[in-house]
Ligand binder design. Sequence first.
Ligand code: ATP
Length: 244
Amino acid sequence: PSITRGVTVEIPKVSWEDIGGLYELKKKLQQAVEWPLKHSSAFSRLGVSPIRGILLHGPPGCSKTTLAKAAGHAAQASFFSLSGAELFSMYVGEGEALLRNTFRRARLAAPSIIFFDEADVVAARRGGSSSGSTTVGERLLSTLLTEMDGLEQAKVLYVPPPDLEARYEILRVHTRGMKVDPDVDLGQIAADTELFTGAELEGLCKEAGIVALREDISATLVCSRHFQTVRNSLKPALTREDIN
Ligand code: ATP
């Protein structure tokens, strides 16, 4: 990916199959992102205007970024990445300029997806100015709304932490490329990892491989006990309250 001060651009390589679980959500994203590009004539025939903005929200590490990238890959779209926190920390006017510039570049490179991470940082700074002057957040937000022609049509999608079945699928994704002993029961590991996020499950798989190598540098397989050792050393960051 090329990096121009605060923005990264790439055509993502990640595909829908790299994301475990979330079938309904993937379907909705496909419809929202791929359809308008693949079936643009059907949209114009019916006079339906496609959704321009999607807000993904949910706990960290549960694949919001990965979903956006998979949508970009499927649509063969240029993928621009921006961070709300980064824009917010820039000098006066710089953040807005970068935002406008990114939209301009994205239009030139269309079809494009602008992935705006930590958008809440910008949206949360609405108001709160006692002096009557506009705050950084207000200016960024108004620039964003101008560039997007408003957000009335935006689709809000919740990305939940993985349930049992999704955890199993995620473990499958992240052991795909590993040499795993037949004694490894991914269903059992999925059952033992309640509240684990996708990121934590990915970490578990990688770490199990490291444990196997640490035990024996000429090991040929990652075994159940390696997964067990790592599982027992981990505690999920999410709590039950985060989910309910
Ligand atoms: P954050 O809010 O912290 O930015 P996020 O929701 O955007 O997190 P990602 O960055 O997409 O999460 O995911 C972090 C890592 O966890 C990725 O490298 C991804 O491989 C893995 N991961 C998360 N969810 C899944 C999933 N459902 N299937 C496969 N891998 C997953």
